[in-house]
Design a protein around this ligand. Sequence first.
Ligand SMILES: *Cc1c(COP(=O)(O)O)cnc(C)c1O
Length: 399
Amino acid sequence: MTEKFKGSFTQQEPIPEEGIAAALEVMRHGRLHRYNLAEGEDGEVALLEREFAGYVGAKYALAVASGGYAMGTALRAVGVRPGDRVLTNAFTLAPVPGSIAGAGAVPVFVGVTEDLVIDLDDLQAKAGEAEVLMLSHMRGHICDMDRLMAICDAAGITVIEDCAHTMGAAWKGVPSGRHGLVGCYSTQTYKHMNSGEGGFLVTDDDEVMARAVMLSGSYMLYGRNGTVPPEAVFARVKYETPNVSGRMDNLRAAILRPQLAKLDGQCAAWNARYRAVEEGLRGTPGLRMVERPEEERYVGSSIQFLLLDWPDAAVADVIDRCKGRGVELKWFGGAEPVGFTSRYDSWRYAPSERMPKSDRVLKGIVDMRLPLTFTLDDCALIARIIRAEVGAVWQEQAA
Ligand SMILES: *Cc1c(COP(=O)(O)O)cnc(C)c1O
């Protein structure tokens, strides 16, 4: 009998009951705007900012409307001006180059390696071309951060980290988002905490945070934020920084606070699922696993493998066969982007030289979400299905 998987790859867990209760409370009192506070009240957003700053060990955290908004705000806050060039990953999600274009700047794409991290040799070669790097830890893969920071420090490049897939992750024990000047996170439904939409930016830099707070639309109420740079710093920036409204509201913050308290446990649950799939796939002929370095503490909320140098039709066949058995794989090598699988050549507003080594890797990337609604048995079943279908197509090719 052919096994089929019946679960949904887009079904996340419910919001914790404490979060639902806290959200109802906010709706009952009606003060949803973050600066609409009763006498002596901190507000859910400010409390969340303090808790998130504490979680990643940053001096400052700012809660905002989305991860993309956090990145755009970080770029403006570090001083990116229209027309500037900004280095970023060729393998990332559309809102990353979008945040650069949104600031009027020009993305310069850096290649991807077979380990699915930024190609540090290519970064070294392009280091003279820009003063800022928007580094995306795409699909949770963290590059050698020591070497990356050495390259960027030597070239005078400011690093902003896109940690949409690395909230809860670390490199050599340092939380992701804490190597560069600014770290950006998303709390959109498919990330590690779920408020529908939402995000954070974190930094230790007084002036960057003061500008980010003004940009987010604090009017002159910045004293009510959760983590606040000194007044003297605001005095320097508050009349010079435009308001580009993108605040978080108390309702979302109320939903997020109990999730933050549970985050490390959730990350462990993702990793157990990741390992179950990884174990089931290891040794499949023709399939290359992405090995994780020892220095990396990852969060396995999705898993990738490579069908490297396979003909397009054979990869498409694997995707179809798995789909027929209920396993939803995404392929970054298709002729047209589907869902989130766009790549640097899909972003035609930002033309780039072709990168043949990266194109070879991108052509082979297969990706799968691992929502926490899957059991470990589900994960083992999914791996058996992928293993069987990859194996069948591999043998057909050999014949
Ligand atoms: C989701 C995502 C973002 C942006 O987050 P939004 O909250 O959806 O704006 C940025 N980078 C990556 C890699 C993402 O997956």
